[in-house]
Design a protein around this ligand. Structure first.
Ligand SMILES: Cc1cn([C@H]2C[C@H](O)[C@@H](COP(=O)(O)OP(=O)(O)O[C@H]3O[C@H](C)C(=O)[C@H](O)[C@H]3O)O2)c(=O)[nH]c1=O
Length: 182
């Protein structure tokens, strides 16, 4: 696997080694030893899988208890995946990283604990699976508005179509009003 640095040191882009042959391909999508050695010393306790139609934007979400790190990959379609630094003490507080993840490029994004996460779906459908370092805790979940002007995330929105949002994401907080990590 190849680990690629991003604009935020703790956020990593991972390219697994793909073994292709006449049948198709094989790849190790995660190995505890290599992940700990090259990305982050953490354990995963919950796997998620979500499917979204084109134009769906989920996020920006994070938990302030059971704080989750997430290892995100796309198993079908393509999405623009975003991590936002919500750690007040960080030199990159309020900065974001956005990468294209797709079934084609097989890339994975490591979203560390302390970051908000969101994605926007570009293809007719996209499915993502992601490993979490802590359990879902809805009572401690927070949302930051996807189009917050301070974050100014450059979403590759499909021309003329407002993103499809959940009710929760439509009423998300501004970055300045959102709870940050110390
Ligand atoms: C996240 C989650 C949700 N749920 C239930 C709660 C709702 O009944 C239903 C849909 O939840 P929600 O609309 O919050 O799903 P997303 O909008 O995809 O939320 C996720 O989107 C962003 C991109 C993330 O990184 C988080 O994993 C998560 O916040 O699944 C669970 O049972 N367990 C879970 O871990």
């Amino acid at each position: 696997m190849r680990v690629i640095a991003t604009e935020i040191p703790d956020v990593k882009l991972i390219e697994p080694t793909v073994y292709a042959d006449a049948r198709g391909f094989f790849m190790e999508t995660w190995r505890d030893d290599l992940f700990r050695q090259h990305v982050s010393e953490c354990s995963f306790v919950q796997d998620n899988h979500s499917k979204s139609c084109q134009g769906t934007l989920r996020g920006l979400h994070y938990q302030t208890e059971n704080v989750q790190g997430k290892l995100v990959r796309v198993t079908s379609g393509e999405m623009f995946d975003v991590a936002v630094d919500m750690r007040q003490s960080s030199s990159t507080f309020g900065q974001w990283v956005g990468v294209m993840l797709s079934a084609e490029n097989k890339r994975q994004l490591w979203v560390p604990p302390g970051f908000a996460h969101g994605f926007y779906v570009l293809t007719e459908y996209a499915e993502c699976v992601y490993r979490c370092t802590d359990y879902y805790n809805p009572s401690a979940e927070h949302t930051v508005s996807w189009d917050d002007p301070t974050l100014a995330i450059n979403w590759p929105l499909i021309e003329g179509n407002p993103p499809l949002l959940s009710v929760k994401d439509r009423i998300a907080k501004s970055f300045f009003d959102a709870v940050a990590f110390s």
